[in-house]
Design a protein around this ligand. Structure first.
Ligand code: HEC
Length: 173
């Protein structure tokens, strides 16, 4: 049984090679806004409400992350904290909304066809052939192809990202 030690050694050497961490270019982050007294309730919640609650709110909590209360934002998600108070450039949240890493950009790119899709596609799929009473509330969002009726959330603007940075840099209150 001389070989066994060789096998073990080889295994250990190979296992030692770990993937180098992906480098993100933090200089591409939009600068923090100069606005004073940025607060979650006043400035940040409305941004999240428009672009994020759909997947990180009452109904769905992707990554176990809720963004609809300050406590929940600070608590973070499945992979831990997303906000490092005082250090916006180190906050996963900022990296995500600034879309530095396309695979982790938030809100995510809409994907048609292949690719990862959030489970639980919402939106009342219009059933062709069903004589549903006129969907009055939905107004102009027709879709003959059965696509989800909700438009995908737009990426945040540089100004919005800057405001989120200012909020975090000021202590995420
Ligand atoms: C269409 C659904 C959807 C929307 C809208 C959305 N997210 Fe997400 N979010 C996800 C999913 C799915 C994940 C977990 C999988 C992943 O990391 O790609 C996630 C994960 C995250 C994470 C954790 C990333 C990490 O690496 O730990 C953060 C932070 C986040 N989202 C912030 C936001 C913010 C801020 C918004 C609004 C500007 C937003 N998300 C909008 C689906 C969404």
């Amino acid at each position: 049984m001389k070989n066994i030690s060789t096998v073990f050694l080889t295994g250990m050497v190979c296992g030692g090679l770990s993937a180098a961490a992906a480098q993100l270019d933090l200089s591409k982050l939009p600068p923090a806004s100069t606005q004073k007294d940025v607060t979650y309730a006043k400035d940040i919640r409305p941004i999240f409400e428009a672009s994020c609650f759909r997947c990180h709110g009452e109904k769905e909590q992707k990554n176990h992350l809720r963004l609809d209360s300050l406590e929940a934002v600070l608590k973070g998600g499945e992979d831990g904290k997303v906000v490092v108070a005082g250090e916006s450039a180190k906050s996963v949240m900022v990296i995500a909304v600034a879309r530095l890493n396309p695979k982790k950009a938030m809100p995510p790119e809409p994907r048609n066809g292949r690719g990862r899709r959030g489970e639980g596609e919402r939106g009342p799929g219009v059933q062709p052939g069903t004589n549903a009473p006129a969907a009055g509330a939905e107004g102009e969002s027709h879709n003959e192809r059965g696509r989800p009726m909700m438009p995908p959330p737009k990426p945040l603007t540089a100004a919005q990202v800057g405001l989120i940075r200012a909020w975090i840099d000021q202590g995420a209150k």
